[in-house]
Design a protein around this ligand. Structure first.
Ligand code: GLN
Ligand code: ZN
Length: 761
């Protein structure tokens, strides 16, 4: 009999109950007991959902108040020394202090929070473990053990989930020369003890996540798997090693012979590998196939899956388990709540709850025969058919446009040298031109206006006028500051992807489709379900209005195709690049309309270009090639005198600087300031051909930069980049700041530019 199980369930709650409980607790409105009560209720609800859906084993330990990697650090007693000065602070408050730098307890002084970074290629962020010379692990298993007991007492078949020692070490950062792998020896005995404790509770299966097996690993790490898992054998406790987010590839040989009782693999992204895995894995092991996509929100084609699974089930029998490909943390909770999706689209979707139900249908069909679920299989088949043939999905004219693209559709006809000349004549900008990244403060006033507009309290006309007023003010502020290239300030935009998605065909939005991004922060990614097209201009009226308020050049502001793709749930019925190119074509129409309306500078933001990089280096080249093409397509066809800007907010781009140059934007503005121009390392061996604006101050901090600090940073930049290529700008948009911070900061920036001109002209 094939069993079904789950790797993890979203913890935030169907209506973001955890988010609100956390925020109440942090504010001091709720007690710790109240917070714990919400958590207990959520865990129970999640377990019950999974049991009701027919799962044979239910994950425990996947719940977290903030992040599962931070939980692991607490489980292993790995708290950086800078947090260890407040012994009287409760563990819970200490936990939040590491996560956020502060905690509700007045005894606990604020301190620098742990660093946060992306969990593999997802939009979830984990807290990076720190390894210091002083690091001493100490097992604190109570929280986990209590949750296991909690589940058992309620009668659930608990399968605890922990993060494996190698992934834990890999995901951390060693300070003062510490190599994380050197700590393995210390860590193994703790894990051993943990396994004993878990086993003592009568647990049969333990899931140990080792997601780093989807990455390129150095040999030393591969070898460490063998050593570790030989030592972690524990009589009476079966280990399911879970890998996800990609195929195992060369890591398969590493783990094929490990002494674990089961192996979970991602059979969505690693589908092609399944036959090889089955071949190589010894005959006694349980194989869990992650057949339901845990990274996307589409209904699975259950009939096709069944056809594929039947021979595998015949071969493996009881040793076959089925599951989602990875934890369901990365999808929203329940589609049932959605009542505003476009007609027909809901039937194509599947959120966490629905994914469990899909698993159950598969299990019944395999174990008891398809006729037992004939009705459900029919419904599934017609949903799949309907989606494939729907006119909502297919737009012939978009497909035709895409088919007509030739190689020359991606390259501007003039070289940068020629364009630079023409742009110089057209724009007449000084040396070290100053500009900003796009947004100005989203004040309480602006947000209230939008709220009132959405709820119908004010009319479209009133809202429009209010936003025009905001634009007028932003332009006046910039003129008073004497900035060279102005922006309209993005007052009318709620979010840089949503704003465009709402105006494009092929996109839709859920009401409650929240996914945890970090801690209490959730995002609601748009859903791209069909061919993308632009029914009408999206930004032209606003930008034109802004340009009419000034004689200085007004920069048009768009979100680039890769970012539009990366921050959405995307189609799984065509390659990602097809979708990216469709978005690019829609944006291109906007670019040309802006140009037609007299806008001479257009910025195409691509903050997500780097995070789209595949996990395996061997796939980078292909990704960068189509991503670059998408960007170039989005700005193709403008006059050589029209200046194209792009913006990215990360400084570590040494490894992709070549691809960034390939974008051939006339100007790129980029984050650098948090790392003190660390980005310039990239320019030592690579001479970037076009103009560049290294961010001269960190907009994420409330600190106001001084003119001197900015001049110093620019002087640093001048060592690597000629003056004629440099722009001066903040390192990202200013929407999260207040005007009282923005004004003095930009004044210092403009003054710095003027001082630099005197020195270098
Ligand atoms: N133009 C956007 C802004 O200024 C860019 C935001 C971003 O880089 N994430 O807000
Ligand atoms: Zn940015």
């Amino acid at each position: 009999m094939a069993k079904i199980h789950n790797l993890g369930f979203p913890r935030i709650g169907a209506r973001r109950e955890l988010k609100f409980a956390l925020e109440r607790y942090w504010k001091g409105d709720d007690t710790a007991d109240q917070l714990e009560a919400v958590a207990t209720a959520l865990r129970k609800e999640n377990w019950e959902r999974q049991k009701q859906a027919g799962l044979n084993l239910i994950p425990v330990g996947d719940f977290s108040f903030y992040d599962q990697v931070l939980d692991t650090s607490f489980l292993l007693g790995n708290i950086p020394t800078r947090f260890q000065n407040s012994p009287s602070v409760s563990t819970l408050n200490q936990y939040f202090r590491v996560a956020r730098g502060l905690s509700p307890d007045p005894q606990a002084e604020p301190v620098r929070a742990a660093e946060m970074t992306k969990w593999f290629d997802t939009n979830y962020h984990y807290l990076v473990p720190e390894f210091e010379a002083e690091t001493q692990f100490e097992l604190n298993p109570e929280r986990l053990l209590n949750q296991i007991k909690e589940a058992q007492d309620l009668g659930y078949a608990a399968k605890p989930v922990i993060l494996g020692p190698l992934s834990y070490l890999w995901l951390g950062k060693g300070h003062s020369g510490i190599q994380p792998l050197d700590l393995l020896e210390q860590l193994i005995p703790l894990y051993s003890r943990l396994l004993s404790e878990i086993s003592r509770l009568g647990v049969e299966w333990l899931q140990i996540d080792e997601p780093i097996l989807a990455l390129d690993l150095p040999d030393s790490w591969k070898k460490a798997f063998e050593v570790t898992y030989h030592q972690l054998r524990h009589p009476g406790l079966k280990i399911l090693m879970a890998t996800y987010f990609g195929p195992l590839a060369d890591n398969l040989t590493t783990i094929a012979h490990l002494p674990v009782e089961g192996l979970h693999i991602d059979a969505v992204r690693g589908r092609d590998e399944v036959t090889i895995v089955l071949d190589k894995i010894s005959g006694y092991k349980t194989i869990s196939l992650g057949v339901i996509d845990g990274r996307n929100i589409w209904r699975s084609d259950l009939n096709a899956l069944l056809q594929w699974l039947k021979p595998i089930h015949e071969k493996l029998g009881d040793r076959l388990w089925l599951a989602p490909s990875c934890s369901l943390l990365h999808v929203p909770v329940d589609l049932e709540q959605e009542d505003q999706l476009p007609e027909g689209v809901a039937g194509w979707l599947s959120f966490a709850q629905q994914k469990l139900e899909e698993l159950n249908i598969l299990a019944i069909a395999l174990n008891d025969g398809e006729d037992k679920v004939a009705g459900q299989l029919d419904v599934n088949a017609s949903a799949i058919f309907n989606r494939r043939h729907s006119s909502l999905v297919n737009n012939v004219s978009v497909k035709e446009k895409l088919a007509q693209l030739g190689d020359d559709s991606f390259f501007r006809s003039d070289t940068f040298e020629v364009r630079r000349q023409l742009q110089h004549q057209a724009l007449g900008l000084p040396l070290f031109p100053t500009t900003t990244i796009g947004s100005f403060p989203q004040t309480a006033d602006i947000r209230r206006q939008r709220q009132q507009f959405k709820s119908g309290e004010i009319s479209q006309e009133q809202y429009h006028q209010a936003m025009q007023e905001e634009i007028r003010k932003a332009v006046a502020e910039q003129e008073a500051l004497d900035i060279d290239v102005l922006v309209h300030g993005e007052a009318e935009r709620n979010d840089m992807v949503e704003y465009f998605g709402e105006q494009l065909d092929g996109y839709c939005f859920s009401r409650y489709g929240w996914v945890q991004s970090y801690g209490s922060r959730c995002v609601k990614p748009p859903i791209i379900y069909g061919d993308v097209a632009r029914p009408k201009a999206m930004t032209v009226a606003w930008t034109q209005f802004a340009q009419e308020q000034t004689l200085r050049p007004m920069k048009g502001m768009l979100t680039g195709p890769i970012t539009m793709l990366q921050w959405s749930f995307v189609r799984d019925d065509q390659p990602r690049e097809q979708t990216a190119w469709q978005i690019a074509l829609a944006l291109q129409e906007e670019v040309l309309d802006l140009e037609q309306a007299g806008i001479r500078i257009i910025q195409m933001d691509e903050p997500a270009l780097r995070e789209g990089l595949p996990l395996r280096k061997s796939e980078w080249k292909n990704y960068l090639a189509w991503a670059t093409r998408a960007f170039r397509l989005s700005v193709y066809g403008v006059q050589p005198a029209t200046q194209i800007h792009t913006h990215m907010c990360y400084s570590e781009f040494n490894d992709i600087i070549g691809a960034i140059a390939e974008l051939d934007a006339d100007v790129i503005t980029i984050e650098t300031s948090r790392s003190d121009m660390e980005l310039l390392d990239a320019f030592v061996n690579f001479s970037y051909p076009n103009d560049i604006g290294p961010g001269v101050y960190d907009i994420h901090s409330p600190n106001i930069p001084t003119q001197r600090a900015i001049v110093e940073l620019m002087e640093k930049a001048l060592k690597h980049i000629p003056a004629q290529q440099l722009w001066i700008n903040p390192d990202c948009g200013l929407k999260t700041r207040g005007w009282d911070e923005v004004r003095p900061a930009l004044r210092a920036m403009v003054n710095a530019a003027k001082a630099l001109r005197l020195r270098h002209e």
